[in-house]
Write a protein that binds this ligand. Sequence first.
Ligand SMILES: *Cc1c(COP(=O)(O)O)cnc(C)c1O
Length: 234
Amino acid sequence: MTEPDHPNAPTAIAANIAAVKARMAAACARAGRDPASVGLVAVSKTHPPEAVAAALAAGQLLFGENRVQEAERKFPALRAAHPGLRLHLIGALQTNKARDAVRVADVIESLDRPKLASAIAEAMQKEGRRPGLLVQVNTGDEPQKAGCPREEADGFIRLCRDELGLPVEGLMCIPPVDTDPRPHFAWLAALAARHGLATLSMGMSGDYEIAIEEGATLVRVGTAIFGKRDYPAG
Ligand SMILES: *Cc1c(COP(=O)(O)O)cnc(C)c1O
């Protein structure tokens, strides 16, 4: 973020994306990985459609939002203008929002409990639309945090795939703050390997390079692209 502009200015956003991509490529090189094997989810929550448009102008097509309603407000118009745009929902999801989520998202990264899995399965049938799904695991088993408890992850993945027939593509986690994230990333990678799941969404602005070293195929980066958020997003 070396641009003199306000962090939300289009030139700054383009420069930030380029800088993040360069660091991603360097992390891939260190880990002996193909840079094409890691996707960048630009997390645009709380930022205006103009910020998303600036990222789109810089060639970024993959975005993440936390809240269904914010996604519904911001994205339909942008999608119409950019058919290649893809949207991931990455925030905790209420069961009564499952249908809206299925309608608006290309991937839902926060599948974390049986009730939500059933609601999503039903919503997919009603909507005739099947976004990809990632199971979110609470790798730190933090009581206040969303995500399936570690102990239950194997069983929950099997329930989603085998009993509900859901299109589970991979796993997602948000490690506890102020701890070394690496063991959390490694644990999630091992769980994915055990289940033959290809997608691993892990790593945010502060730790995406470590996540790439540990096998992330998606990193979710907000602040390092769009600047600080003025208000918190749930
Ligand atoms: C906000 C958010 C991010 C992005 O966080 P930054 O630290 O701003 O990069 C990534 N993942 C999830 C689930 C988030 O809620």
